[in-house]
Each structure stands twice: as structure tokens, then as C-alpha cells.
Design a protein around this ligand. Structure first.
Ligand SMILES: [Zn+2]
Length: 227
């Protein structure tokens, strides 16, 4: 069982804690604490067994992608061909177009990720500028992140952080993440006022929330551990 549990040190944790998130099981150990990891796993074997099952189900949902020139990838739930051709820059439209000289200079996966991130930035900016009209606040800057633990977040100075891999899912999920963070500019908590406002802007937000709960394995790109 131990081989499924990744242990990591934390300066914030006060006691050892087992965690499951997005297909990964980890044992968080307070920095400087000497513990017997095997014993903790053994004492919690029921929990660990259940979560190994969850992690396997997650793995089964990770899409098999054909990531090579001429292959395909879904962006906003639409299958697009990956075309490497002579052009000045990368661009995602009906297909994913990668510039041949950029691919030659770095490598294919590198440029594919760059193109997806760039698309994510453009879409986050576009959507935020539309949905902000529904809100009595304004935002400062948008950052595109690889944050492991959240889809999006907003800081007290009005900066918004978004996870780029969301472009690999349906557009309604992307919209929900944008609206969720924008509404936080007005309402920092997840109280009823918060959810009412989200619903007012996106009447079907519950299906996006459910998608994130059940289907987020579809957002895995590259190494699962990076999620
Ligand atoms: Zn929130």
C-alpha cells in the first residue's frame, strides 16, 4: 500500500495527515517531525484502500491523448488537429497550429503547452472582461498559474489567478471558474449571497461544479503529478 502514498514535508502542518486529491494520495508530515510512515499508513489502511480505489478510477478517466504532430487534442470540448506548419507564431483556432521553427528550436510538447497557456490567458481575459459587467467591483491583474490545489483564486488586492489546464474541459466549466472568482471580489465567502450571485450570472453553474467534481481527470495534461 505504501507505494501509492507519496509523502511530503510541510512547514504548516501540525500533525501528520493523509490527503487525497486528483488521483494522488499523500501523507503530509510536519517538517522536523520524526514519524513512522508505514505505521500511519497501516493504522489508516481502510482509508488508504478506499482512496487507492478512487485514485484508480481517476486514472481510468484520464484521456489518452494523441500528442504528436498530426494528432488531436480537445480544447473546450472540441477535438482539434495539431498542425505543425510554417508560421510566425502558435495559434489555437479550429485546429491547434504550431510554428515549425518554434517547435524545431525547443520541442513539440513545449510549444503545445505554450499554445494552450496562451489560449487560456486570452480566454480568461476575454471572459473576465465580459462577466465583470455583472459585478460591482473591478479586478486588477490576471495571472495564469500551474497551482496544484485550486482552479482559480483571487487575492485581496484584486488579482485573479487561474489554472490554464481548464481549457482542456468544456467551456461552461471555464466560464464557471471565471465567474466564481469574480464574485469573490464582492463576496469573499462561499455563503448564500455568494452562490445566489453566481447563479444569477450562470443559472446552470451546478452542472459545471459537478463536472469539476467528477470529471476533472480530463484536465490532466502531461504528468499527472503536476495537476
Ligand atoms: Zn471560492
Amino acid at each position: 500500500m505504501e507505494e501509492f502514498v507519496e509523502s511530503r514535508k510541510s512547514s504548516k502542518a501540525k500533525r501528520p495527515k493523509l490527503k487525497y486529491r486528483k488521483g494522488n494520495i499523500s501523507l503530509v508530515v510536519p517538517e522536523g517531525m520524526d514519524i513512522d510512515e508505514e505505521e500511519i499508513i497501516h493504522d489508516n489502511r481502510e482509508w488508504v484502500r478506499e482512496n487507492i480505489k478512487k485514485a484508480r478510477e481517476f486514472d481510468d478517466k484520464v484521456p489518452e491523448r494523441d500528442l504528436r504532430p498530426g494528432g488531436e487534442i480537445s480544447v473546450f470540448d472540441e477535438r482539434r488537429k495539431i498542425v505543425v506548419e510554417k508560421r510566425r507564431s502558435n495559434e489555437i483556432k479550429d485546429n491547434v497550429y504550431l510554428s515549425r521553427h518554434l517547435v524545431d528550436r525547443t520541442d513539440f510538447m513545449d510549444q503545445l503547452e505554450k499554445a494552450l497557456r496562451q489560449f487560456a490567458r486570452q480566454k480568461y481575459e476575454e471572459k473576465a472582461s465580459v462577466f465583470i459587467k455583472e459585478i460591482d467591483e473591478s479586478y486588477n491583474k490576471i495571472f495564469i498559474r500551474d497551482q496544484k490545489t485550486r482552479w482559480g483564486s483571487c487575492s485581496s488586492n484584486g488579482n485573479l489567478n487561474f489554472y490554464w489546464r481548464v481549457v482542456l474541459g468544456p467551456e461552461h466549466v471555464f466560464d464557471y471558474i471565471v465567474v466564481h472568482e469574480l464574485v469573490h471580489l464582492e463576496e469573499m465567502n462561499h455563503n448564500q449571497t455568494f452562490w445566489n450571485k453566481v447563479e444569477q450570472i450562470l443559472p446552470n453553474y451546478r452542472r459545471s461544479k459537478a463536472w469539476l467534481r467528477d470529471e476533472s481527470a480530463k484536465l490532466v495534461f502531461g504528468d499527472r503529478k503536476q495537476m
